[in-house]
Design a protein around this ligand. Sequence first.
Ligand code: FEO
Length: 394
Amino acid sequence: MSYKEIKPDVYWVGAIDWDRRLFDALVPLPDGTSYNSYLIRAREKTALIDTVDPTMQDVLINHLAELGVKSIDYVVANHAEQDHSGSIAQVLQKYPAAKVVCTPKCKGMLIDLLMVPEDKFITVNDRETISLGDRTLEFIHAPWVHWPETMLTYLREDKILFSCDFFGSHLATTGLYVRDGGQVYEAAKRYYAEIMMPFRASIQKNLEKVKAYAIDIIAPSHGPMHDRPEFILKAYHSWAFDEPKNIVVLPYISMHGSTHKMVEYFVGALAERSVMVKQFNLAVTDIGKLAMALLDAATVVIGTPTVLAGPHPNVAYAAILANALRPNLKFISIIGSYGWGGKAVEQLAAMIPNLKVEVLQPVLSKGFPMEADFRALDNLAATIAEKHKEHNFA
Ligand code: FEO
């Protein structure tokens, strides 16, 4: 696919990665992704906003050649992560007069990560501007969306916000703008849950900061652009500010059926009490779906058998992940089974120190669950329903 003109003198020159299925060797990409890079050819100066993943650097270089770009004055690095910065070296090699424009923190990271020479940098403060002649770039520091060095770049005359990962989505598409709202909403929510959710307070601050700008187009560094910015701004506002919902997320593993029987019964007991449940068998779960569910939930109940005196390793993995993602949960509990003893509850509890939650009485059955275990599950379901009601979680 060739470059695309967004507005006169402003171009998308990025790369679409249709086949990538995993990011950071962790995050599933069911719909691929894109690395968006943008070129502004103003009257006096030319600026490139972000580059692309190094695996696709030739795509970017070819777009620039197709456009007949002879020189670049500024390579704006909104973010040091390599999927956007990883082709800076090749761009500098091709356009040796270019300077890298970034935050002071980003400069240090680009030196550390990519060995960009120190004399190549121009660092910019929050709200500082650079004139390109008939166009002006304004740099908006936006720490922790989702790294500490990140900034956004606002093209004043065209009212375009180049937002880097903020407002992005892992979605490979030939469409320049969001048109299938449902698909992009899910991809953007998945993206938010996987990398933005741990930084809720910073996201809130940066959303407030962006409100001061008149924006016609949000141009993120992954996925399609937003020419109806209210769609993604409203979604982000809801994810960052809303209270959790009347939802229990239930990630579980069962080896011989005891924990599964408890999960099955417990899901029914919650449903009878009008609590919505999202059940995830961790043996086959897409962790992006689990992260999205955690974004909305008020409660998580972990289901685990006891393996070698502790929780099943897949359950431990999910607990560590939830602890890192820091969802806005209010309550947590554990259900499961054991054969002769163990410390599954204690070990799981020690894995989630970041979650500021009330722990509700766990239910563990010795062997296959019996009548007393089902009554305990009923009590746990009733407690959760009451707690959600008290907090008006809808
Ligand atoms: Fe898309 Fe944080 O890099």
